[in-house]
Design a protein around this ligand. Structure first.
Ligand code: FAD
Length: 415
């Protein structure tokens, strides 16, 4: 088969989805000098839907980011990351009696520029830096077709584009994956969660004890409700960091906050999905306050100040096991091919790792060092292995911390 290189033209790479994985891939390719790339994103603008939660960044995720981002964007990443926490994780009951406080080893040690957590919206803005000519907003992908000259991607506005490669980076409800792997879908774990955000200043004013302010707090209530509360304290406020390091990026003003995730099995929640997913942010906040009526008032004060416009319902899902696909010119990455519950804090890190690995693979193809099929086959073999391990780890933590999840035990015992 004649390759783009044989035809004397660069390989054209179309990426569907300008989220964490798709943008990191675009950055990695651009850094490697691969120019003919385009990212199609359904959001109308870089600001998108808010989804301003905190993301833990693992050593693997940080390595992938540093491999793909130019120097200045790496500096922006570090400057806007979470201020180092001295206290770590602690588990409490709902009356704020401490249960245990595990110690975790981080191979990055105490490196002063270590990035161990970021704000999701800010990370996306960092990943967009320098990609103005690459990302097209307001483009909702609908389907693709294989044609003589490559893969044709079609969009809701009637536009189409032909590439040599089509990357599915369109997240957990991927349209590309639905066409590539029609029988492959994530399993509902039966856990329903309420994700929300409280400004740090309001939480402190509401009485959050000093000893808990800089920790990752895990509270398991006797009624089956579980709360994870995590601080996001910026090293430098994102707008200030962007104005100093990369004027013109125009980051939004963002204040320090606590992210909270309440989770409970739907049998314990006792609400039909049709009602739960129709609730407004205000109603979800009231639901949490009602279900935690006997919890310690200093904890309840935090949720009482949660921002309704940043409060969402979620269903926890997982793809287990992560299935291989027939290597070819349509290539998935991130949540599009491996959805996992947020309990392990590794979904985005795995998407970033995919982006770095795929960036290396496609760069080798554009340089004529590898055939597309070989490069994609190797990417897939490696990715299926580490993504399966990450999903299993996330499921084990979900099972342990939620007490009840709907999961095939066979999948868990493989770990
Ligand atoms: C509450 C919560 C907490 C989490 N915490 C962590 C954590 O601490 N650490 C961690 O590693 N992971 C965490 N995760 C998981 C993480 O958010 C995801 O794994 C990660 O965002 C996946 O990246 P992605 O690029 O695959 O998909 P996404 O980031 O979801 O990006 C997909 C993009 O595709 C776009 N898109 C979708 N459909 C179309 C279409 N038809 N056409 C065009 N564009 C489209 C979307 O608008 C989006 O921009 C958490 C998740 C949740 C819900």
């Amino acid at each position: 088969m004649e390759t783009p290189r044989d035809q004397g033209r660069p390989m054209r790479i179309i990426i569907i989805g300008g989220g964490i994985g798709g943008l990191c891939l675009a950055q990695g390719l651009k850094q490697a000098g691969v120019d003919d790339i385009v990212v199609y994103e359904r959001d109308e603008s870089p600001r998108g839907r808010m989804q301003g939660y905190r993301l833990r960044i693992s050593p693997e995720g940080e390595r992938a980011l540093r491999e793909c981002l130019p120097r200045l964007a790496q500096d922006l990443l570090t400057a806007t990351s979470n201020k180092r926490q001295e206290e770590g994780l602690a588990a409490y009951d709902e009356r704020l009696n401490q249960q245990w406080a595990p110690q975790f080893d981080d191979p990055r040690g105490d490196a002063p520029d270590k990035v161990d957590a970021v704000d999701r919206v800010t990370l996306r803005r960092v990943l967009l830096a320098g990609l103005d000519d690459v990302v097209r907003f307001g483009k909702r992908f609908t389907h693709y077709e294989q044609a003589e000259g490559g893969v044709v991607a079609h969009f809701a506005d009637g536009h189409s584009d032909t590439g040599d490669v089509l990357v599915a980076a369109d997240g957990a409800n991927s349209q590309v994956r639905a066409q590539l792997l029609p029988d492959y879908s994530a399993q509902d774990l039966g856990v329903r969660a309420i994700l929300s955000r409280t400004p740090r200043a309001s939480a402190i004013e509401a009485g959050l004890p000093e000893v808990l302010r800089d920790r990752f707090l895990n509270v398991t209530g006797s009624n089956g409700l579980r709360l994870a509360l995590m601080p996001m304290v910026f090293r430098t406020p994102p707008r200030e960091a962007a104005d100093r390091l990369w004027p013109g990026l125009g980051f939004d003003e963002t204040e320090d906050y606590y992210m909270s995730v309440f989770s409970v099995h739907r049998d314990v929640l006792g609400l039909p999905d049709s009602s739960f997913f129709a609730m407004t942010g205000e109603e979800l906040r009231e639901l949490v306050l009602e279900r935690t009526a006997d919890w310690h008032p200093d904890l309840r004060g935090v949720f009482a100040h949660a921002e309704p416009e940043e409060t969402y319902p979620l269903a926890l899902r997982a793809t287990m096991p992560v299935e291989p696909w027939a290597p070819g010119s349509v290539i998935p990455l991130g949540d599009a091919v491996h959805t996992m519950p947020p309990t392990g804090g590794v979904g985005a890190n795995t998407a970033l790792r995919d982006a770095a690995a795929l960036s290396h693979a496609l760069t080798a193809v554009t340089r004529g060092e590898r055939s597309l099929l070989d490069a994609v086959g190797e990417y897939q073999a490696e990715m299926v292995k580490y993504a399966t391990e990450a999903t299993e780890m996330s499921l084990k933590i979900a099972k342990w911390s939620m007490r009840k999840i709907d999961v095939n035990e066979k999948n868990l015992s493989q770990a």
